[in-house]
Design a binder for this molecule. Structure first.
Ligand code: ATP
Ligand code: FE
Length: 352
């Protein structure tokens, strides 16, 4: 079984060819960073146009890289939500066109399901496993029970950690993306020099919050600047170290709680998978690895290129859905919002 995958829900246009045995034959990602840079954020209209323009060349490139033709494929999978609706529609239309032209089966995939199923592609994890998705736009714990069965155990009630890192970098005059630059500064700092809050730890459950950390950082920075007429290099490193440690601590504690819920289901081969750009952070990763080691839980993290937005995960999720025969026509409606959680079923076409 070989699938073509398409992804265009945010600011990356991507196409990939993946085989059911987990071989990624090609994975092409065309970013749009330069297009959006002058506006300080992703502009939906510009993104949609760029996707519409780039999708077919990405498909051609992916097929060429895989050394295959459309007629060699067994199906097409496309992200049909959630995301910026213009981009999602570009992808769905492109995929519909390809399917109509070739007669191949077409499978709509939830972008988050793509992220959540990636550890099956990369590490062959068995269901059920616990997934922590931590990126620039997401932070949630998912109990992954099957290709179409997810329970959300908790998530951020405000910012995602990646977003927090990015804002922190902005506040401290460090380059974007903020995660890597804050991490590099933190390596030179003392995490105990400043006291940062540990939001929501006093409350039960797996929900997280990061916006208070950003406010605490802003206050600490301003106090320093007011007191010294500027920010010392060492102070900046200390602030980064304290900020990063707070995020790592909160993530570790909430993960411990999510693991407890997960382990209660008595999984045969307990595993935690992390995905998303923030999983690249060594302090965070180490904290999670330690936690897993202590609980006898396998820890996996897909390689970064398969953690950040890509189409290989969409092709793979398409294969998984197709194999189980759970792909439905309704999945092909472009949806700006599409919660994964079984307890929050998607409302078709209502934009909710
Ligand atoms: P999403 O895919 O969820 O919509 P996204 O595309 O912004 O969001 P990713 O591409 O998965 O997310 O990850 C990018 C984020 O990861 C950025 O916010 C970036 O700062 C963060 N990040 C990258 N490297 C690190 C690191 N070493 N430490 C902390 N954060 C990091
Ligand atoms: Fe994503």
């Amino acid at each position: 079984l070989t699938f073509l995958g398409l992804e265009s829900s945010c600011d990356d246009t991507a196409a990939a060819v993946v085989r059911a045995d987990g071989t990624v034959l090609a994975s092409v990602v065309a970013g749009q960073t330069a297009l959006h840079a002058p506006f300080g954020g992703v502009v939906p209209e510009i993104a949609a146009r760029a996707h519409a323009e780039k999708l077919d060349t990405c498909v051609e490139e992916a097929l060429a890289e895989a050394g295959l033709r459309l007629s060699d494929l067994d199906g097409i999978a496309v992200t049909s939500g959630p995301g910026l609706i213009g981009g999602v529609m570009s992808g769905v239309m492109c995929a519909r066109g390809l399917a109509a032209g070739t007669g191949l089966p077409l499978v709509g995939v939830n972008h988050l399901a793509g992220h959540a199923l990636t550890p099956r592609l990369t590490d062959g994890l068995a269901f059920p496993y616990l997934m922590l998705l931590v990126s620039g736009g997401h932070c949630q714990f998912l109990l992954v029970r099957g290709p179409d069965s997810f329970s959300r155990l908790g998530g951020t009630i405000d910012d995602a950690p990646g977003e927090a890192f990015d804002k922190a970098a902005k506040l401290l005059g460090l380059p974007q993306p903020g995660g890597p630059s804050v991490e590099a500064e933190a390596a030179k700092g003392n995490p105990k020099a400043f006291r940062f809050p540990r939001p929501l730890l006093d409350r039960p459950g797996c929900d997280l919050s990061f916006s208070g950390l950003k406010t605490a950082l802003l206050r600490a920075r301003d106090t320093e600047i007011a007191g010294h007429g500027g920010l010392y290099r060492q102070t900046r490193a200390d602030l980064c170290a304290g900020f990063q440690q707070a995020i790592a601590d909160v993530l570790a504690e909430k993960t411990r709680r999510a693991l407890a819920v997960y382990l209660d289901t008595a999984p045969e081969q307990p595993a935690l998978a992390v995905a998303g750009g923030v999983a690249a952070n060594t302090a965070i990763r180490t904290a999670l690895e330690r936690l897993c080691a202590a609980q006898g839980v396998r820890f996996t993290a897909p390689p970064l290129r398969l953690c950040t937005d890509n189409a290989a995960m969409i092709a793979w999720a398409g294969i998984e859905r197709f194999r189980l025969g759970i792909a439905t026509e309704a999945d092909l409606i472009a949806r700006p919002r599409w919660p994964l959680d079984a307890t929050a079923p998607a409302m078709l076409g209502s934009g909710k």
